[in-house]
Design a protein around this ligand. Sequence first.
Ligand SMILES: Nc1nc2c(ncn2[C@@H]2O[C@H](COP(=O)(O)OP(=O)(O)OP(=O)(O)O)[C@@H](O)[C@H]2O)c(=O)[nH]1
Ligand SMILES: [Mg+2]
Length: 549
Amino acid sequence: MKLLRRRETPSLDARVDALLEAAELGEGRLPDEPVAAARVVAGRVGARRGLSVEHTVAALAGATGSGKSSLYNALAGADLAAVGVTRPTTSAAQASLWDGGGAGPLLDWLEVPQRHSAGLGASGLSGLVLLDLPDHDSIRLSHRLEVDRLVELVDLLIWVVDPQKYADAALHERYLRPLAEHRDVTVVVLNQVDRLPAPAVERCLADLRRLLDADGLAGVPVLAVSARTGQGLDVLRELLADRVARRTSWSARLAADVTAAAGHLATAGTGGVPPQEQRTPRQGPSERALTDALCAAAGVPLVVAAVAKGHRHRAIVATGWPVTRWIRKFRPDPLRRLRLGLAPEVTGTSGPASGGEVVGRTSVPAASAVQRAQVETAVRDVGETAAAGLPGPWAAAVRQAARSRTHDLADAVDRAVATTSAGATRRPRWWRAVNVLQWLVLVTMLAGAACLGALFALDYLRLPKPPVPTAGEVPWPTVLLLGGAVAGVLIALLSRLVAWIGGRRRARRTARALRTAIGQVGREMVLEPAEAELAVHARFTEALNVARA
Ligand SMILES: Nc1nc2c(ncn2[C@@H]2O[C@H](COP(=O)(O)OP(=O)(O)OP(=O)(O)O)[C@@H](O)[C@H]2O)c(=O)[nH]1
Ligand SMILES: [Mg+2]
């Protein structure tokens, strides 16, 4: 049960950590203001919890003349604060302490030097630090700044209003509405009720409650009091005694601060739009389109054709008829012409993924303007797909992340092409065997030719000819010469056919490998940055959920 409750409501520490994490993740992606505010709140939590948690700082805040100082004096039971007829009267905050031992550093942190001792334990307010604040709607800027500063720091806010000005827009719009999260540490006091007839007090209270409901402060205690006659002060004292005894206002206030700061961060992140269900960018049509565009821009069809042609070219050089194959050598290797098929000179570990740099590029023609535009469109589409359903700033961050490495894309793809095509020059083992066979056949042919030459010479010199063995009618040297020639040419033609098939297969394999390698580059340089940004957003949302709990 305990465990369950802990999971439902994380500790203040856990919430602050989550808020800080969300602020960190939002840095540079969201507007600066809510990010900085979240950090300030986290700092404040650390500072306040290091000070006396045995004391509850309650501040009397309100418009000039509402009777803050009068209430302050009435609660303290002494004329500590000046109550004047000239407005505004109070210009600096002062503090009244009930059993204030140990509250010094707390008041130092609050920067309230004026302190009074209001009494000891018997009052039931032991541990209360009551502040009388200047007027929040002051004509004096210093008053407003003092109020704003302390309203951010105190544990409990007591808003003092009077029957004339309780509906004042300045109070509701500038303070109460933005502090809606702080309803657990807010009390509203309608002072000067002695100036109203009893039925009017009820009407006034009902109207005030309606306004507070509209401010998001439904359920906050609203008390009718009179500092002059003492009416309702008992109830106020009781309420304060209860809050002080609980000693939880400080943490409730900080928790509300964390909730509000997290809420502002969330609003900054979503622009008020609830995040729709997200699609994962991987395996989407946009990835395929990106790979297509990158392959086209990298000249893959050209490379694949060159792989097939290069394979056939080298096969002919290796297995052709030795008498004519040398002619081939004058023709350039189609693959080498693109500066491909050579092991790339990589100054890194290996492969395009290592980030190693290929010295010089391949000679595959650069992508056309149309192809480049298609790559750009595909990259944008990946960003759009990944950002789909994300709210404004996060969608922008994801789109930006998808584009972030576009300038390196062409080089990375070129490296992938160079590395992948390096494997396309492997020489099949049968080439060597056929080559040996070709030379054997040639030697046989030459032997036949030599024999015939010798016979011709003997004949020319009119010398007796030795008996020449025959195969049927045809003498063997002739069989060897012609048979060798025919066999050489036939072997060459057959090899060509096999090489043609092999070239086609190798081209197909290379096309697949190139597509995989280029797809990998696209994934690393476009999809993964976008996904990383999506993960940041997911962590941000998760952190905010913890912080707001
Ligand atoms: N009738 C009546 N008058 C009150 C009551 N409380 C305060 N006053 C009078 O209202 C005037 C203003 O009171 P202060 O206590 O000085 O008001 P304040 O809110 O501290 O004003 P600033 O210090 O200027 O912000 C004084 O003349 C008080 O006597 C009350 O409950 N009933
Ligand atoms: Mg005053």
